[in-house]
Design a binder for this molecule. Structure first.
Ligand code: VGL
Ligand code: ZN
Length: 242
């Protein structure tokens, strides 16, 4: 049966950008191969979602220095994304508009939390903002992205994976492929930038440059509906899927 997939982004949509932090990027403490390649792509998505008056969420892995996931505590990982360190900061090229809601996760030293929903207010925030569909991109496919997507589906959100805006770790070969298959089997849709209207039919991204940087993070940590410009004239495209 053919399924139509409506990519007309609107205020009931949210973009969830996961963990674009220096420690997960080349040169960082737990670097993902080609992790930095998603940044310009995510910036394109952000422009489109900002113009469509959608909610924009940026998560960050935000560990205390004695977090149980670190090797010194018997965990899997080298120390990474320790609260307030440079490695935990967003990459400076990541453009986050004013009104972006920053969600910090895995802050409890005794618990791992890969999903942005795990131990955070994200579900409530999305509900308050009337969000019914989420688009997820970022790092890492086989940890944060897959667990966030599965939790979103569990609470009844339509959930779309931005497949050109994710990269994984692959601790074991095949982990990323398995994560992708699990998301699809569980009901997630997948899209790339090409599925959206042509860039020059999109409104321009004016306003992005004045967006937040890590230096002003504290100002955006309140749960506030993104202050957005009026909805742009979006082309509605429908994507035929087999
Ligand atoms: C993550 C590895 C270690 C993630 C967090 O959220 O993807 N991956 N900590
Ligand atoms: Zn972590």
């Amino acid at each position: 049966m053919k399924k139509t997939f409506n990519l007309n982004i609107n205020s009931k949509d949210a973009l969830i950008i996961t963990d674009i932090q220096l420690d997960f990027l080349p040169g960082g403490a737990l670097p993902l191969k080609e992790g930095d390649q998603v940044i310009p792509i995510i910036n394109e998505y952000t422009k489109a979602f900002m113009k469509a008056n959608a909610t924009i969420i940026a998560s960050r892995d935000w560990h205390p220095e004695n977090h149980m996931s670190f090797k010194a505590q018997g965990g899997l990982w080298p120390p990474h994304c320790v609260q307030t360190t440079e490695g935990a900061s967003f990459h400076p090229d990541l453009k986050l508009p004013k009104g972006t809601i920053v969600v910090s996760k895995a802050t409890d030293p005794t618990k791992e939390a890969y999903s942005v929903f795990d131990g955070t207010d994200l579900a409530g925030t999305l509900k308050e903002n009337g969000v019914v569909r989420v688009f997820v991109g970022g790092l890492a496919t086989d940890y944060c992205v897959v667990n966030t997507v599965l939790d979103a589906l569990k609470i009844g959100l339509d959930t779309v994976v931005l497949v050109d805006a994710i990269r994984g770790i692959n601790v074991k070969a095949g982990d990323v492929d398995k994560a992708m298959a699990t998301m699809i089997k569980s009901g997630a849709e997948q899209v790339t930038l090409d599925d959206f209207p042509e860039p020059d039919t999109l409104p321009t991204g004016e306003g992005l440059e004045e967006g937040i940087t890590d230096g002003s993070l504290s100002k955006v940590e309140t749960k506030k509906k993104a202050r957005m410009r009026p909805k742009g004239a979006y082309n509605q495209i429908r994507r035929e899927r087999g």
